[in-house]
Design a protein around this ligand. Structure first.
Ligand code: TXA
Ligand code: MG
Length: 507
């Protein structure tokens, strides 16, 4: 198939071309077009076989439902069973715009469009070309992002052409898109709306309009069952493995410099996703900036193009700086974590242990690794007294320490008398408390439940090993002995660090 490529000025639409594109849609064809978020690949949402053509062109699994795009508020009623008040309020406030709502579908929407679900995703985009094309195409255009499945969403027509030339009928080139990340998806089928995919429209922007909103727990975690089927696919991974480094700007840059030096010494070609502030501080590697750190909108705009550029470079590994997490930064971090396949290094913000007087070891239940760590740490010599305790994130009632953990500690001669697990509570988040978790995931759980707290570290981070300490649960005694030995080694390192830092007067 020959793909027709046409350019159009956003402020001066060419009606003949819009008419022609509309006809293609009505006849069951495919047209890629710009929206304010990313380029979409459009087909008639009400034709059963149009969706099948989209899946074929994108190489996309057909259980992944499509978003239906409309051009006016009234069209919504035709697609859904009923419009809850909260949906009305959101539409009034944010449409046209980068917000997609999930509602129960009406019988008019073919199952092929919704991937067999009884709900439908609807959005009214704000881009003039989108709106004109939807009208010309019959009013209901199903459009996923116009990329081949597994690549970053296209933010320029050139990206669409790279991926889909010869597979679709037409590309309308309206220049670079404005936002650069896909729309926010909010599910309004339950009592409390849930954000399934973060985007430009944030929870903070919507809550004043409709009240409490939840965020799908599974957004931040890899191995879960997200409610938006599309979120479960590893959307995009660069050709080279990517490592996301999170933390304070300068420390992140330092960490990347040392990781790069090591990789280069091992004969590897390194790519760096940097920011404008730091890009000149890297001595080696292929460096590309995504913009100024605190300008989330510019970063959103540049991110996908930079990721695509790296696919053309011969690098073996990519280190990426993580950026601010406020506003659209939350969506940026979500997309970057996915691109990294959730390979994240967190650089501890503070290694000045002098600000702490209390160490809290935390795991899920608080009966295994955390209580062993507590007992081991208490047996170590520290330059000054610390309050040392352990907690569990999910403790319904205090449980005794795991029997095998207790046996191992008896053998090792570490005292652990009458220790029971206790739950982590709000009162634990005090100034001077350093929280130490065993797995990165546990920090995310804590932050999700209690809000952001800067003094949570994994034991791996504090000892520069950057690995999680696996749970011995379910293993024979030997597993617990091994776990004990690992903990003892790392905690000795931590104790040395605390002691050395405090003795170093110049520091
Ligand atoms: O900004 C955007 O939303 C772009 C532009 C083109 O509008 N479109 C886009 O579509 O990103 P796509 O297909 O790449 O992503 C749609 C997401 C997928 O994760 C899909 O699983 C989810 O929306 N989705 C669609 N219908 C759904 C439904 N009924 N329930 C839950 N999730 C749904
Ligand atoms: Mg997509």
């Amino acid at each position: 198939m020959k793909t027709k490529i046409v350019s159009m000025d956003n402020t001066n639409l060419n009606n003949d071309i819009i008419e022609e594109a509309g006809q293609i849609i009505k006849q069951g064809g495919l047209v890629a077009f710009p929206t304010e978020t990313v380029y979409g690949l459009g087909a008639d949402a009400l034709q059963e076989n149009a969706a099948a053509r989209i899946y074929e062109a994108k190489g996309r699994p057909s259980d992944n439902p499509l978003i239906v795009h409309i051009s006016n508020q009234e069209s919504l009623a035709f697609l859904v069973r009923e419009i809850p008040d909260k949906a009305k309020a959101l539409a009034k406030c944010f449409w046209p715009g980068p917000l997609t709502m999930i509602l129960y579908k009406s019988d008019t929407v073919p199952c092929a469009t919704t991937g067999g679900l009884d709900t439908v995703a609807v959005r009214m985009p704000g881009h003039p070309i989108s709106l004109a094309l939807i009208q010309a195409g019959g009013g209901y255009i199903a459009a996923p992002s116009a990329n081949v499945s597994g690549r970053p969403s296209p933010t320029k027509a050139e990206h669409v052409i790279d991926d889909l030339d010869g597979k679709i009928d037409m590309v309308i080139d309206g220049g670079e898109v404005g936002i650069g990340l896909e729309s926010t998806i909010v599910d309004l089928t339950g009592d409390i709306p849930v954000i399934l995919r973060p985007g430009y429209i944030t929870r903070e922007m919507m809550e004043p309009v409709i009240g409490e909103i939840h965020i799908d727990q599974n957004i931040s975690e890899p191995a879960a069952q997200p409610k938006a089927p599309g979120m479960k696919y590893r959307h995009y991974a660069p050709k080279a493995p990517m490592v996301l480094v999170e933390g304070e700007a300068l420390l992140v840059a330092e960490k990347i410099i040392s990781c790069c030096a090591e990789a280069i010494q091992n004969g590897k070609m390194v790519g760096i996703i940097a920011t404008d502030e730091t890009k000149n501080s890297y001595p080696d590697g292929i460096i590309k900036s995504i913009g100024f750190r605190d300008n989330g909108e510019a970063i959103a705009h540049n991110l996908y193009a930079v990721l695509r550029e790296f696919d053309k470079e011969e690098v073996d590994i990519i280190y990426a700086e993580s950026v601010i997490e406020e506003g659209i930064g939350y969506a940026i971090r979500n997309r970057m974590r996915k691109a990294a396949g959730y390979h994240v290094l967190h650089v501890p913000e503070i290694t000045d242990f002098r600000k702490y007087n209390r160490i809290l070891f935390i795991t899920g239940s608080g009966t295994g690794r955390a209580s062993m760590a507590e007992a081991i740490m208490k047996s170590m010599k520290l330059v000054r007294p610390f309050e040392i305790e352990s907690r569990g994130i999910v403790v319904l009632f205090p449980e005794p320490v795991n029997q095998k953990a207790e046996t191992v500690m008896d053998i090792k001669g570490v005292k652990i008398k009458d220790q029971k697990s206790s739950p982590l509570t709000e009162e634990d988040f005090t100034k001077g408390t350093m929280m130490v978790v065993m797995e990165t995931r546990q920090r995310e759980k804590i932050i999700e439940e209690f809000g952001y707290f800067s003094d949570i570290f994994t034991l791996g981070e504090l000892t520069d090993t950057d690995t999680d300490i696996p749970s011995p649960l379910g293993q024979p005694l030997r597993g617990y002995t091994e776990c004990y030995d690992i903990l003892e080694g790392l905690l000795q390192q931590l104790a040395d660090k605390i002691n050395n830092k405090e003795e170093d007067k110049t520091w």
